[in-house]
Design a protein around this ligand. Sequence first.
Ligand code: PMV
Length: 330
Amino acid sequence: MVIASAPGKVTLFGEHAVVYGEPAIVMAINKRTYVEMKAREDSKIRINAPDIIIRGITLTFDNNTFSIESDSAKILSELSYVTKAIELVVKKTNTFKGVDIKVWSEMPVGAGLGTSASIAVATIKAYSEILGLELNEKDIAFLGWQTELAIQGIASPMDATITTYGGIIQVQLIDNNIAIEKIRTSTKLPIVIGYIPREYKTKDMVIKVKSLKEKYNNVITPIITTIGNITRKAKQALEYGNLDEIGDLMNINHGLLEALGVSTKQLNDMVYAARKAGALGSKLTGAGGGGCIIALASKQIENVTSAIRSAGGQTLESGTSEKGIIITNE
Ligand code: PMV
């Protein structure tokens, strides 16, 4: 039996612009998803995910595709990251084994904390262990990204990369290669996460920005370039541990995400409540359309937390996780 776990993430800078080749800075958080796998005698794959409201489901693998015994579309969409990840490992390695799988999460699923990529990457790691294969981090991150691409149709490698490597990293897609750079900060980042149920999927939000860009290219392209410049500046501020500057840049980044049409009234309410309560900076994080904000709380963690709650959000306090994908039961 093997248990793999991978962290969730928040995007500190550069979401959406990263889809167009600009750099983004992402931080792994110390909340994780877990994928447990046990080899079976037959060639079935059975998944149980009590925490993310998936009841036991039986999948059969035949002619290189899965068939699933369930009629619920919602269940299928949650499961798709697990099954697609397995499918890609099978295709890459030409090996297959039946497994019992259990999935659980320490953070809300589908709220913009990168749980889909985290589940995909933990699945890839656990399944490759069961098959006795040695996949390195680069392979795992790439397969995780391909899983997201196959399901969402459009995705940057950001989430799969951060959940594989952990820490704080700058990610950029250069000529279809994932360029990553570890960022070492000389200070702790006291981040409070606020979240509300998400109204839209990541894919919807990415398509929304794409359409806006197609319609108003001269207007939207400079916004995307400026977000890239914010990210480059923020990298230096993080390395110097300049919290005031990091906060300012978060505020500017939020304004531009609002300009791209991905914020909502509820997200803005949380962002402004956090600033009023003393946060050095705050912004939506992830795709937007509901989901999460982050606030750099400095010494005001309690004030900022209760302000976000009063603005209607739930909160999660989180530090950086240096650990990316790991086998938890070794
Ligand atoms: O909310 P999330 O974790 O799905 O983040 C999406 C980030 C985007 O930049 C909007 C899309 C992407 O694939 O990078």
